[in-house]
Design a protein around this ligand. Structure first.
Ligand code: PFF
Length: 444
């Protein structure tokens, strides 16, 4: 642990790495299906509230803990509060990372499968996209092979120096993904009959509201921003001393939310416009669940000239976005094993991958297990981790240390009021809101 920690080379590299972790399947696959399930605009409204009220402050808090401690997630709590039980928050984070990978890698595998379906032209020849997706789901072996390949790719990037390469390349691949999403959104909105989809997305209605609305939206916010498990603690420990945490957290959250909303603008107008059964479309969307992206999007591509090119490019960029997220997830577990148990980086990575593959195999064989990992991580473990992190920074950590981290030792000119509001949010607002949502979601 005495060796000097590697730092991200440039400021852009930092935003790219943090944004690379945040932007992933959570935005493009999970957000649309959660939005469908949560009743559309009303879900998005609560979701944005969660990002603002505790998403951004919590991301900043994780950066504070990481850079102050210069250690992995569990080590960070141990170092900043020796001899206390806070280390369990870090351990919970490591476990959460593991649980997320257990189902996330399976979806990464679907993405790779669709990439090859597009590239080979097979996707182009499909006439019923629902059946096409269900065929994949009913073939565990096919899912398992892709999942193992994706886990292997992630491990490769964690182990090799190529990680720098991915940092570099995500600087142009991410904007490219953004541009592509933008083009697809325009195409989707221009479809005849798309306006109903836009209404569903942006015009709040109480028609489909569920009692778990707040818990679902909060879970999605945590999941999408990669907060609540110490991923941003690990990344924060690589940050240079001149990084402005608040600015970085705002930039990452903004980018992340824009990608999610864009994904919504692509999927919902298309789904409504291309549905043959407009009357039951919302029920269909809800029933479609995790398949939404893999059913609706290929339908949209088929409406476009050069559909093979669009589909291939899309699933390729989506795989890259997913990879930058799985790298950050695996990094949390690997660095923990490496620093806390003194296993070599290689062993830590192999051990983590092995565990992930086992969970991934069970998830591929059993959709209820897959769902359980999804619900347990997004709706319980991440918010719980977030609750403890806000309490830790708000109540336990020395106020001087927090303000030194936030202001970069006084070089950033935040007024006293800013710090006061920030601490107030962490002490009272975030914990109370998270707790209330939790209890309401469980009892309601
Ligand atoms: N934020 C990622 C996504 O939206 O796809 C998923 C994720 C990555 C969650 C890293 C948590 C994490 F620590």
């Amino acid at each position: 642990m005495s060796e000097k920690r590697v730092k991200f080379a440039t400021k852009l590299g930092i935003v790219a790495a943090a944004a690379g972790s945040a932007v992933g399947l959570g935005n493009i696959w999970r957000f649309p299906s959660q939005t469908a399930d949560g009743g559309g605009a009303i879900f998005i409204f609560v979701y944005v509230g969660c990002i603002l009220f505790f998403g951004i402050p919590l991301m900043v808090s994780e950066f504070v803990v990481g850079r102050a401690a210069q250690a992995n997630t569990a080590g960070a709590f141990h170092k900043l509060s020796p001899g206390t039980q806070w280390k369990w928050v870090g351990r919970l984070g490591v476990l959460t990372g593991f649980v997320i990978m257990g189902f996330y890698m399976v979806v990464c595998g679907w993405t790779l499968d669709y990439f090859f379906q597009s590239l080979s032209g097979n996707l182009h020849r499909v006439s019923d996209f629902t059946t096409n997706f269900n065929t994949l789901l009913s073939n565990p072996l096919r899912q398992i092979l892709w999942m193992i390949l994706f886990t292997g790719m992630t491990a490769f990037f964690i182990l090799s120096g190529v990680k720098k390469g991915i940092e570099q390349s995500s600087k142009f691949l991410m904007p490219l993904l953004f541009l592509l999403l933008f083009i697809l959104a325009i195409r989707s909105v221009l479809l005849e009959g798309s306006s109903q989809g836009l209404n569903f997305l942006f015009k709040p209605s109480m028609e489909h509201v569920k009692p778990t609305l707040f818990l679902d939206a909060m879970g999605q916010a945590f999941f999408s921003l990669s907060i609540g498990m110490g991923c941003m603690i690990t990344y924060g420990s690589y940050f240079n001393s001149d990084i402005n945490f608040t600015k970085t957290a705002v930039q990452v959250s903004l980018l992340d939310s824009m990608v999610a909303i864009l994904a919504g603008v692509i999927i919902f107008p298309s789904a409504f416009a291309l549905s043959t059964n407009a009357g039951t479309i919302v029920d269909e969307l809800v029933a479609g669940g995790p398949g939404l992206l893999f059913i609706t999007l290929p339908e949209l591509f088929n409406q476009m000239p050069l559909s093979i090119v669009w589909a291939t490019l899309f699933f390729c960029l989506l795989s890259v976005a997913a990879l930058t997220s799985t790298i950050s997830l695996m990094e949390v577990v690997t660095v923990y094993l490496n620093e806390e148990y003194r296993l070599s980086r290689r062993r830590s990575t192999l051990l983590t991958s092995f565990g992930v593959i086992i969970l991934g195999v069970i998830s591929s064989l059993s959709p209820p297990f897959f769902n359980m990992l999804d619900v347990a991580s997004a709706k319980f473990m991440l918010p719980l981790g977030g609750l403890f992190i806000s309490l830790f920074v708000g109540w336990y950590l020395d106020r001087k240390l927090v303000s030194a981290q936030l202001t970069n030792e006084g070089t950033l000119n935040y007024g006293v009021a800013f710090l006061k509001v920030y601490i107030f949010v962490l002490r009272y607002v975030a914990p109370a809101a998270i707790l209330a949502i939790f209890i309401y979601g469980l009892v309601g």
